[in-house]
Design a protein around this ligand. Structure first.
Ligand SMILES: C[S@@+](CC[C@H](N)C(=O)[O-])C[C@H]1O[C@@H](n2cnc3c(N)ncnc32)[C@H](O)[C@@H]1O
Length: 266
């Protein structure tokens, strides 16, 4: 079952069965408040969406979306939520402010080091990172979930991945490596899981799912983005080199024992 849904995220999520999806990944709009002077992050303009709510409404919306996702994800499974620290009237707004109000267990905060970012004014040290939250839905009494295989876990919690530059069809696409790393680490070579991205944009999560032999569900409010995603999937072989490169990073060069011994000698 591979499907794109055109429409509002909450309306569509409410039509999906509870406990039916194996994994989710997304990057929501960041609520940059373009109309409110002094936007929160550098300018990104979407096709069908203004990205300009009051911060209170935005956080309430994100909590509602995340709780709906919690309902449809299977127990024992995960959701990866990309966001960033923003600033409003000189004060930091941290994603944990609303993530802690959702039903999810917060399993890990991953730092996505993009190495570069648009905003270079000197109000603070140059923020070049985003965050990816690994959210977990417990099963029975297991609050921690399954361990990653060491070849994935050794990649560390800081991901050095440059922003996507070639994808001109969308103003804020994921680099393909982000959903690839998540899906490959969680499922390794297991087949045919169902992966959802509720803000699919240019279809990057769908592409990663297909490359790794899984199914996807993607939601977006823009027909243009959905049509472009479909064309991108038809031409997916053009992006195969990124997959090969990402998979080559998942390897064990040293065992845990060797690393421990080295650390002890330092
Ligand atoms: C940050 S982008 C996602 C980009 C995506 N990760 C990619 O790789 O292209 C957020 C997306 O959310 C969509 N969106 C905004 N409001 C929405 C809503 N209410 N329901 C569904 N999609 C929405 C926008 O059209 C935009 O494509």
């Amino acid at each position: 079952m591979n499907q794109f849904f055109l429409g509002d995220v909450l309306k569509i999520l409410k039509e999906i069965d509870s406990n039916s999806i194996d994994l989710g990944i997304t990057s929501p709009p960041y609520n940059k408040m373009e109309k409110h002077n002094g936007g929160l992050v550098s300018s990104v303009k979407y096709d069908k969406y203004k990205d300009s709510m009051s911060e209170k409404d935005y956080q309430r919306w994100q909590i509602e979306v995340l709780d709906e996702l919690y309902r449809i994800i299977k127990p024992g499974c995960s959701f990866f939520y990309n966001h960033k620290i923003r600033y409003l009237n000189g004060t930091m707004l941290h994603p944990l402010e609303w993530l802690r109000k959702t039903k999810w267990r917060l399993r890990q905060e991953i730092i996505w080091n993009r190495d570069i970012a648009g905003n270079i004014r000197g109000w603070r040290f140059w923020p070049i990172e985003e965050r990816i939250y690994w959210l977990y839905k417990p099963i029975d009494k297991n609050d921690k979930g399954k361990e990653l295989m060491s070849k994935h876990a050794l990649l560390t919690s800081i991901w050095d991945i440059r922003p996507e530059m070639k994808n001109k069809m969308h103003p804020a696409p994921f680099p393909l490596e982000v959903p690839l790393r998540i899906i490959f680490s969680i499922f390794d070579i297991e087949d045919s899981k169902t992966i959802i991205d509720p803000f699919i944009g240019s279809g990057t999560t769908a592409l990663a799912a297909k490359f790794l032999n899984h199914n996807f569900l993607g939601i977006d409010i823009s027909e243009q983005y959905i049509n472009q995603s479909k064309i991108r999937l038809e031409n997916m072989e053009n992006e195969r080199a990124v997959v090969d490169r990402e998979i080559s990073l998942h390897k064990v060069n040293k065992t845990y024992k060797q690393r421990k011994e080295e650390a002890r000698k330092k």
